[in-house]
Ligand binder design. Structure first.
Ligand code: SF4
Ligand code: SF4
Length: 116
């Protein structure tokens, strides 16, 4: 989800399983650990559509780890290989490339069990 795009109301439309680097994973772990237990449990137990990112907050209609979200999420909508479905013109001609090596996919390789 990106703040310069018309994200409100998308309800996680583009938030699927995303690749993470070791550094991003570390940042997310720190973020989840710092959440009040009540918020963490609520986020964890939310019903999501099949394939929707485990950190998407369905109730608040936004990313549940926004300031710790991976770089691919920040880049979404602004590159030719990450085109926003609602505002395709916001994408530049060049593709996005990850600056680090991916250690796995959120929601697939890393689930809530990995963020205790
Ligand atoms: S599809 Fe586009 S407008 Fe919708 S949440 Fe994703 S980036 Fe935002
Ligand atoms: S980390 Fe946040 S922005 Fe990225 S896919 Fe998950 S919910 Fe969406």
């Amino acid at each position: 989800m990106n703040s310069h795009l018309p994200c409100q109301g998308c309800r996680g439309l583009c938030c699927g399983p995303v690749p993470v680097t070791e550094q991003e994973l570390k940042k997310i772990r720190k973020k989840v650990k710092a959440m009040p237990a009540k918020i963490r449990v609520e986020l964890k137990n939310q019903q999501r559509h099949f394939g929707t990112c485990m950190f998407y907050d369905m109730e608040k209609d936004k990313c549940g780890i926004h300031d710790a979200r991976p770089s691919v999420c920040r880049a979404f909508g602004h590159y030719s290989n990450l085109v926003c479905f609602r505002k395709p013109k916001a994408a530049a001609a060049e593709p996005w490339r990850s600056l680090g090596s991916t250690v796995g996919i959120l929601s697939v390789d890393f689930t809530w069990r990995d963020f205790k």
